[in-house]
Design a protein around this ligand. Structure first.
Ligand SMILES: Nc1ncnc2c1ncn2[C@@H]1O[C@H](COP(=O)(O)OP(=O)(O)O)[C@@H](O)[C@H]1O
Ligand SMILES: O=C(OP(=O)(O)O)[C@H](O)COP(=O)(O)O
Length: 487
């Protein structure tokens, strides 16, 4: 079942610019990262064409960022990659040609009532890893979930994804009606080198989410080695994301998974400063972990969205009928105190756009944060706040954003969120590392049409939130570690 593993990836920074190595290409590109002006602290934007992929470096989904995640140990080693996982880029033709590779991707894309894909971002994001494997002569067994089906449910079949996958890969993708069993085994046996077989929705089996070892073993028995590229599902310890690694070696990270980690862990823990975090969204309760974790790392914290009213109320301001979490008032106060103690510049909006009802056609007006009348609710940050936030961001070198500034689903209350998206796009153009950490902020950035210029847009909402909270993801933990090599 398991094939011989490839040589480990290079996990240390080169000690001089004349560094040369016969090791994997991605490792050599880590060396090049030292002098990248765009991304000086972390890594190089590596155009995938250098790895044989199409696409442009301007498209965040078609670039692979190598981030070395350095931590010096002061004992002669120049640095060690922390938490480094083996990458598919470390596997060569010798490792892959003729091998059956189980690729877990997150192809959980939205479909309309006619089963048309309404956003193919996750499919496009999965392509670089699949292409790499195809080009190395592997036989790709592609697995994903779609939705949250309870048993076999036709509307959650992965069949509608086949045409788009085939189009993007430039080959005819085969589709199985199941994800395990003799019929699937037959198709796998007939799969040519460079062929791709899409398995049926792995969540049609309840054993998937229960991470049942017998089911994981059956999935694993289809292949020789495992690649996890399903970032959006990496926070789930499921059979196809975690359990399968116990039966398949090597188990390595795909390009997308690695890029997500490079940004959401690497760039955030080793940021180019000043480092600003922007946190919004509806409730402070769902962002406590993220705020607390970012307070440890950032220089500036900008807060927006519905959560600000809990902070206002905690400071004794009237908030009208704005969203407030009464049981989080003390927490809000303690977060403000913590920011102060840590020397983090925490900014709350100074003005807000209020509405007389929660509706797209509500009457609205701009008021100072201290003057929200009874019966009115704050649904967006105001123009002065947009200016203050933009000015605060002006000097930053790294910005991470999670959560909208207001109810951006309603046109009238989308200005704050859209202005921040535009500001980040502008900063990105000036070389600032801009990271959009999943969820509704991604939708906002896409709505404004500036997604392509951001340094990184996460493909996982829940997964990115957990990473930003400092949690480890089971789908990542289970992968093979890179063994540090002294230089
Ligand atoms: N002032 C506000 N009042 C009520 N809801 C808000 C407000 N500002 C933002 N929201 C809502 O927050 C939601 C996003 O919150 P959340 O799920 O926490 O963020 P994300 O999806 O980015 O993680 C959006 O649907 C938005 O309408
Ligand atoms: O869409 C997903 O997560 P997200 O909505 O948090 O980005 C993933 O595919 C995970 O799906 P799940 O939350 O049903 O496990």
């Amino acid at each position: 079942m398991a094939s011989a593993t490839s040589p480990t990836s290079l996990s240390l920074l080169p000690s001089s610019s004349s560094f040369s190595s016969s090791r994997s290409r991605s490792s050599v590109q880590v060396a090049a990262s030292l002098s990248s002006p765009r991304f000086p602290n972390l890594g190089l934007r590596v155009p995938l064409r250098r790895l044989g992929f199409s696409g442009t470096a301007a498209d965040p989904l078609f670039s692979y960022h190598v981030a070395p995640k350095i931590r010096g140990n002061g004992k002669g080693l120049r640095g060690v990659v922390s938490m480094a996982k083996k990458s598919v880029g470390d596997l060569t033709v010798a490792d892959l040609k003729g091998k059956k590779v189980f690729v877990r991707a997150d192809l959980n894309v939205p479909l309309d009532d006619s089963q048309n894909i309404t956003d193919d971002t996750r499919i496009r994001a999965a392509i670089p890893t699949i292409k790499y494997l195809i080009e190395k002569g592997a036989k790709v067994i592609l697995s994903s979930h779609l939705g949250r089906p309870k048993g076999v449910t036709p509307k959650f079949s992965l069949a509608p994804l086949v045409p788009r996958l085939s189009e993007l890969l430039g080959i005819k993708v085969e589709k199985a009606d199941d994800c395990i069993g003799p019929d699937v085994e037959k198709i796998v046996a007939a799969l040519p080198e460079g062929g791709v077989l899409l398995l049926e929705n792995v969540r049609f089996y309840k054993e998937e989410e229960k991470n049942e070892p017998e089911f994981a073993k059956k999935l694993a028995s289809l292949a020789d080695l495992y690649v996890n590229d399903a970032f959006g599902t990496a926070h789930r310890a499921h059979a196809s994301t975690e359990g399968v690694t116990k039966f398949l070696k090597p188990s390595v990270a795909g390009f997308l998974l690695q890029k997500e980690l490079d940004y959401l862990v690497g760039a955030v823990s080793n940021p180019k400063r000043p480092f600003a975090s922007i946190v919004g969204g509806s409730k402070v309760s769902s962002k406590i972990g993220v705020i607390e974790s970012l307070l440890e790392k950032c220089d500036i914290l900008l807060l927006g969205g519905g959560m600000i009213f809990t902070f206002y109320k905690a400071q004794g301001l009237s908030v009208g009928s704005s969203l407030v979490e009464e049981d989080k008032l003390e927490l809000a106060t303690s977060l403000l105190a913590k920011a102060k103690a840590k020397g983090v510049s925490l900014l709350l909006p100074t003005d807000v756009i209020i509405a007389d009802k929660f509706a797209p056609d509500a009457n609205s007006k701009v008021v100072p944060a201290s003057a929200i009348p009874d019966g009115w609710m704050g649904l967006d940050i105001g123009p002065d706040s947009v200016k203050t936030f933009s000015d605060a961001l002006e000097t930053t070198k790294t910005v991470i954003w999670n959560g909208p500034m207001g109810v951006f689903e309603f046109e009238k209350f989308a200005v704050g969120t859209e202005s921040i998206a535009k500001k980040l796009a502008e900063l990105s153009g000036k070389g600032v590392t801009t990271i959009i950490g999943g969820g509704d902020s991604v939708a906002a950035v896409e709505k404004v049409g500036v997604a392509d210029v951001m340094s990184h847009i996460s493909t996982g909402g829940g997964a990115s939130l957990e990473l930003l909270e400092g949690k480890e993801l089971p789908g990542v933990l289970a992968l093979d570690e890179v063994i540090p090599v002294p230089v």
